[in-house]
Design a protein around this ligand. Sequence first.
Ligand SMILES: *Cc1c(COP(=O)(O)O)cnc(C)c1O
Length: 632
Amino acid sequence: MHALESERNWIEISLDHFIENLRELRRFMPKEASFMQIVKADAYGHGAVEIAQVAIQEGASMVGVANAEEGKLLRLHGIDVPILILSPSLLEEIPSLLKYDLMPTVTERRFGKILGDVAKEKGKCVPIHVNIDTGMGRSGVNYEDSESFIADIQKIEGIYLDGIFTHYAASENDPAYSSVQLTRFKEFLSRLSELPRWIHIANSSGLLNCPDDVSNLFRIGLLSYGVYTDVSLSEKVHVKPVMTFKSRVSYVNLVRKGESVGYNRTYIAPKETRYAIVPVGYADGYDYLLSNKGTMLVHNILCPVIGKVSMDMTAIDVSSVTGIQPGDEVIVFGNDHREIRVDTLCQTYGGSPYELLCQTGRRARRFYFQKERIIKARPLARREFVSSDYDSGELSKVIEGAIGEKIGNREIARLIFSTVLQRLFQEESRPLFHRHEFYHRLSFSQPKDEKLAEEYFQIDTELSFKKHLQNDYFIIACASNEKELEAYFRREDVEYRWLLDGSLHLNDQTFAIRSVRVDDLDLNYESRVSETCLELTCTHEKLHQLVGKHVSFTINTRTYYPKASHQLTVYITGLTQGAEISVDYHQVVPSMDVIPFFLSGQPNIYREEGAIHLITPANEWLLPGSGVVFVF
Ligand SMILES: *Cc1c(COP(=O)(O)O)cnc(C)c1O
């Protein structure tokens, strides 16, 4: 998880405040009613995916977006409640509506007809909502002639009417006009013979100011983000800001009396004044109109903006802050302190809190807090994909998604991802060290011990490769069952693994080390044996000097293998570049077959009298899971 310390400016999103606000607002809804969380414009700059997820947990029946693209994003992130597109859709968006199962708002017969035709062709029936204009004067079907519109829409095959709504023009401060709109809407509804499942009217301030007895759904936006559309609303409900925009002092300086600060000399110091530069400008969303008007909070003291807000910097008067230093935290806005609440700040320059929230954070990372802990960090809103923006879990989703997009199948993408990539990274990101100049030779012979010789071959193995040395020790493991062996595959400190046949008793005779070397050091080894595994820890007092270096490993062992099994498999367990695997059987086995299974590249096979060599080019990469079966 990203640490805040490395950020110049950042956004904190309090999911606790969001949840508290939703619970406050729900108190105003009738018991049987539900709500639609409005998450258009990336949830007013709060992050559509995260906000939608929490709202759904809190009981949202639906989410509202501005267009098909926003809906698609939610679907790709697994949001599965109905998604309503609030604005009229374009004909060009129809394929997307169908593909991602999005509900459009229909305000034209022609659009409804074309949508229905396309849907029918695909064997679908798309739910739609109709927006009735009762005085908002924007989009929507005029309330006076909408009865016939509804009737016509209901006749179209391939679509069905799931909801009817209207929208207040000034629910935050014009109750008289809102009541005119409500009356018009109710009259219109009363003329319909049948109502669809959802009737909705109010946005968040409408919920508080304009109670009605017809709606069963509320479209909740700004108030849930803890910002008031009108000061009067703060008397009805207490909501807490969800977003806080923070930064750090990047520079502290003095301006002499009569000198100016910033472009066009709009601020002239009335006396010698200490000021700080905050690395936030209008490019970060801090509105240009806050020049000489805004206020920021440093060490809990209000500091006025002086001079013009620049593209990347803003100066604040810090004369009343003692001990200020570069690096000190600055609350740019959003916190519950009255003066720097988004709504208050917007009043100072006649701006819109909706706009200020939406435009914030163009250059800031977002951090989600729940119960005082960062639970998620979202990358910068870049246009280009930068893989290091993502933590490993998120990156895995991106990779899997990219494979899915490429092959058009999410299931197969998951399979490919888990078999190839998860195997390499073993569930998490870690440095991936590879082997090269890999050489593995197995020599079959008759055991000296006559009893063993009846049923077993003696197998001498020689293994050598070059690799980055990670620790001042490593482990060679021999297990007597697959499950134990599996555990050793997951460990990074194991360099060699062998599966001993279950008929043999595991000890340092049945699996013996003949020599272990790293470069020219002869390693010591200590063995630990249990019922099912023999673990050899290899060390040398000088080995620590080689940690982090590229070294040559040589591991020679002797073990036994049942004659009756007639086959022996050798795996390449790590990412390897260039390999030679050889088997030498001339003393004991009349003939041997070889079946290579290489996930990438194919080895050249050379046979000689009593020996086989599989060789891949020195620079060819081999994936783990590759190997060869020798059949005798
Ligand atoms: C944005 C929007 C809302 C949400 O309004 P708030 O004032 O943020 O609660 C509701 N309905 C429609 C149609 C909208 O476009």
